[in-house]
Ligand binder design. Structure first.
Ligand code: ATP
Length: 296
């Protein structure tokens, strides 16, 4: 029986890389990195639905960006579900999964990893409440380097390949997210980064462990960068135009690309500023995806 007092729907929050320092590829051809991540109060919606028809699809998907999402075994939700079944020995036989895809796909917002993390929380609550956080994190990690960070969806410093997390206490910060509608392939952007061949040290000098307010956060971020910005702009020059435009807006305290793009973000002082900026951007770029939000 489904316990209806437990959550059946959860928000899979968008991940923002406030900075992203990327080293040269190592012997395994992976890129060590250091990144500050925070999570928006916007995201996909992942739901467990009581199974009525035995042969119904395991995963269904709707929402504004459903077209770009695979619903076969390559979907990170199903990858996480299978791994959960394998690790716990429990057959997920009472529910199917429904995804409402609100986040643009391949956009630097970590939507797939966030969806996987969200379904793991729901499955644990319904099927294996005694499963430890460490075990849940280990399952999430099998979905990709961002699996653990998107499972917890909390402000953190990410190191290693993104899987080594130090949780940070940071002030909530209002922001605007804008995606110009360009799907940015993460492998392509990393490939271009390697071809450009400019590798700077990845250790941030700023003290992100003791940030007390937005001014302090923005000062510290001004000493950091997103190393994938130059290769992403090289592949899609339109991203550069968006970043230049965002930087010039009066409400913008800092504008940058998230992850490998193409979503850009502007940090603002207040949510009212973020909403005002978002309204103007929607008018100026009606084809773009724009959201005012709070990062935490
Ligand atoms: P990251 O910032 O972690 O690189 P991203 O936002 O750039 O993530 P995603 O939206 O997670 O990228 O999607 C990357 C690819 O993963 C897509 O092209 C898609 O084929 C595949 N994918 C698998 N599962 C999902 C999912 N649940 N939602 C979206 N894409 C998924």
């Amino acid at each position: 029986m489904t316990d209806i007092s437990l959550p059946l729907t959860i928000l899979a929050r968008a991940k923002i890389n406030l900075y992203l320092h990327v080293a040269a590829p190592d012997a395994k051809n992976y890129h060590p990195l250091q990144s500050l991540v925070m999570f928006a109060d916007v995201g996909d919606e992942v739901a467990l639905r009581p199974k009525n028809v035995p042969q119904e699809a395991r995963l269904t998907c709707d929402g504004p960006f459903a077209d770009g999402v695979p619903t076969d075994d390559s979907n990170l939700i199903l990858k996480a579900l299978r791994r959960f079944e394998m690790v716990t020995g429990i057959n997920i036989d009472r529910h199917d999964i429904h995804l409402t895809k609100n986040l643009p796909v391949a956009s630097g917002l970590g939507g797939g990893s966030a969806d996987a993390g969200a379904v793991l929380h729901l499955l644990r609550a319904q099927y294996a409440p005694d499963l430890t956080d460490a075990a849940l994190e280990a399952i999430a990690a099998t979905t990709g380097a961002d699996g653990a960070m998107c499972l917890w969806a909390e402000s953190a410093l990410a190191e290693g390949y993104g899987e080594r997390l130090t949780k940070l206490s940071l002030p909530a910060v209002p922001a605007v997210l804008i995606n110009p509608g360009i799907a940015c392939s993460t492998p392509d952007v990393y490939g271009q980064y390697d071809r450009l061949g400019q590798f700077d040290p990845i250790e941030a000098s700023a003290p992100f462990r003791s940030i007390i307010n937005i001014d302090h956060l923005i000062d510290a971020l001004s000493e950091t960068r997103n190393d994938l910005e130059a290769p992403a702009v090289h592949l899609h020059p339109q991203i550069g135009d968006f970043l230049t435009g965002l930087s010039g807006e009066p409400e913008t305290r800092l504008a940058r690309l998230s992850g490998s793009g193409a979503t850009c973000f502007a940090l603002c002082d207040t949510l009212a500023d973020a909403k005002r900026l978002a309204e103007r951007l929607i008018e100026k770029y009606p084809q773009s995806w724009v959201r005012a939000c709070t990062l935490s």
